[in-house]
Design a binder for this molecule. Structure first.
Ligand SMILES: [Fe+2]
Ligand SMILES: [Fe+2]
Length: 292
């Protein structure tokens, strides 16, 4: 082989000492914390989503779980910060923590304004989840807690996709609420593989990832149902069958808020799954164009 051909061949094959990046986020996606505040107190006084008390209760209930959840995600990723040597992944961890920190602050404000406006007891609403997450931090290993974060981050990535698509239920929301939920969704999408990349970098297994997702799905369902039932009871709508029917159709029916979410959720269970196998960059481009 000529020396030129040898050089050409070697240039396509990194040497054994070359360090590969552990980052799998596409290069064009920036994980950029945006310090935004949202003026939503007025909207929270009413049924801000499609003028529907059930749909509004479902999304308000989700918001209730975010501050405690996002603190847990930050803690579980940050725990492994010193074990990561790749500077690009370290930078992504900073972006991830910055974004989740702002989300946590905004949803805390959201939840406080909501509870003041509607007479809900915030401590009662989020108390069980806070205790459950504290139990996990005390009794499970850091890797198990990171696996929980990876699983729930997949939920938020799927939800983000649903909220950013052009026919999203957010088109039926009060404009200030739409802006907040889509800002959160866009940043969730930007950082959707950070916890996953850290999990892989520190040797997390496929078996643990999948088994934790099964349990996480159960507990997410439980927490969301708890919040929904509390809110509907406080609103005097718990036994309003007509409202339940319209709400369930609004969630899972044709053009429902969550319709189209099951297939991407299930992809998580396949061996070799990766968050960016679902290439959603076009939704970020659309969001940025609209927000500009
Ligand atoms: Fe978030
Ligand atoms: Fe997140």
């Amino acid at each position: 082989m000529s020396s030129t051909a040898q050089a050409a061949l070697l240039s396509n094959h990194p040497s054994a000492t070359e360090v590969h990046s552990q980052v799998t986020t596409p290069a064009s996606v920036q994980i950029k914390p945006r310090n935004r505040s949202h003026d939503i107190a007025q909207a929270l006084q009413g049924d801000w989503l499609d003028n529907n008390a059930f749909l509004t209760a479902v999304f308000n209930g989700m918001s209730i779980t975010f501050p405690a959840g996002e603190k847990f995600f930050i803690d579980s990723v940050r725990h492994f910060g010193d074990d990561i040597t790749d500077p690009a992944l370290k930078e992504h961890i900073r972006g991830f923590c910055g974004q989740e920190g702002f989300h946590r602050r905004e949803h805390q404000r959201y939840n406080e304004a909501l509870c003041t406006a509607r007479g809900y007891d915030l401590e009662k609403l989020e108390g069980k989840l806070t205790k459950r997450l504290a139990w996990a931090q005390k009794n499970l290993s850091p890797l198990q807690n990171l696996a929980i974060t990876v699983a729930i981050e997949h939920f938020t990535a799927v939800l983000a996709e649903l909220l950013l698509r052009s026919d999203s239920v957010m088109n039926k929301a009060d404009p200030s609420m739409r802006e907040l939920w889509r800002w959160h969704a866009a940043e969730e999408m930007e950082h959707k593989s950070v916890a996953f990349d850290v999990y892989r970098a520190v040797g997390g297994s496929e078996a643990l990832r999948v088994s934790v997702m099964k349990r996480a799905t159960f507990f997410i369902g439980l927490e969301l149902m708890r919040a929904l039932l509390y809110i509907l009871r406080k609103e005097g709508q718990l036994f309003n069958i007509k409202l339940w029917r319209s709400g369930i159709t609004g969630l899972f029916g044709k053009q429902g808020a969550f319709s189209g979410g099951l297939a991407p959720y299930k992809e998580f269970y396949a061996e070799g799954f990766h968050p960016w196998q679902q290439d959603t960059q076009h939704l970020l481009v659309d969001w940025a164009a609209e927000a500009a």
